[in-house]
Design a protein around this ligand. Structure first.
Ligand code: URA
Length: 223
């Protein structure tokens, strides 16, 4: 048995971050407002909101799923094992993380605590939680105005491209962002954690790198 307060996806209360998102705010003001977000119950157990970080004028914006255990403690996205793998791949693909903006589809860590254990075990956010958090991502996209958005894994892909998104089918190609067809192009790929878990890590990493190189090529304006 394990516990989590947000297993029930069918409750009557609407989950929605929109009332917490200030209009026309810059990234710093958005980050401060997100610290007080109560748009869904995930804030109750998480240590803090983990808002996006990076270059406010970035040409590339990367979106993960949700902060993990280390990110929840540090208050920064992608600083744990998945982040280290991402850093290595970005460098190999020729994308400078310092000049990118990195965020997550869901801004709070969702986890379960097994009854006898102490470790917090990552639990995937529900579609309802991801939808509730989307106004923060929308605001980040509007402020940063990147040319290319990289969706890391299924949660980010669905948040950006809609519920029918499938990583296996839709990865590695430049797609329009349905909410802003004249805006950035979206390129989806695996989540770095999926590579760490893969049976054939080398092959998974190679595919990830190919996708990130396609994003880097798009940034260089190559056809
Ligand atoms: N996984 C994510 O999706 N995001 C993080 O910030 C860390 C791990």
């Amino acid at each position: 048995m394990s516990r989590t307060r947000t297993d029930d996806d069918t409750g009557p209360a609407a989950y929605d971050a929109a009332p917490f998102v200030p209009e026309d705010a810059g990234l710093d003001a958005l980050r401060r407002a997100a610290a007080g977000c109560r748009g869904c119950p995930l804030y109750e157990d998480a240590t803090q909101t983990v808002f996006g970080q990076g270059d406010a004028d970035a040409r590339v914006l990367l979106v993960g799923e949700q902060p993990g255990d280390q990110e929840d403690r540090a208050g920064e996205p992608f600083v744990g094992p998945a982040g280290r793998l991402l850093d290595r791949a970005l460098e190999e693909a020729g994308i400078d993380r310092d000049r990118a903006y990195v965020t997550n589809a869901v801004k709070h860590f969702k986890f379960t605590v097994p009854e006898r254990g102490k470790r917090r075990i990552h639990k995937a956010p529900t579609l309802r939680e991801a939808k509730a958090c989307r106004p923060w991502l929308t605001a980040e996209l509007a402020r940063v105005r990147p040319e290319v958005v990289v969706a890391l894994g299924a949660t980010a892909g669905k948040a950006l491209l809609g519920g029918s998104f499938r990583v296996s089918r839709d990865r590695g190609v430049l797609l329009d962002l349905p909410s802003d067809p004249d805006g950035p192009r979206v390129l989806a790929t695996l989540h770095p954690s999926a590579i760490l878990r893969a049976d054939d890590r080398e092959a998974a990493y190679a595919g990830f790198l190919t996708d990130l190189k396609a994003a880097a090529k798009a940034l260089r304006g190559a056809p």
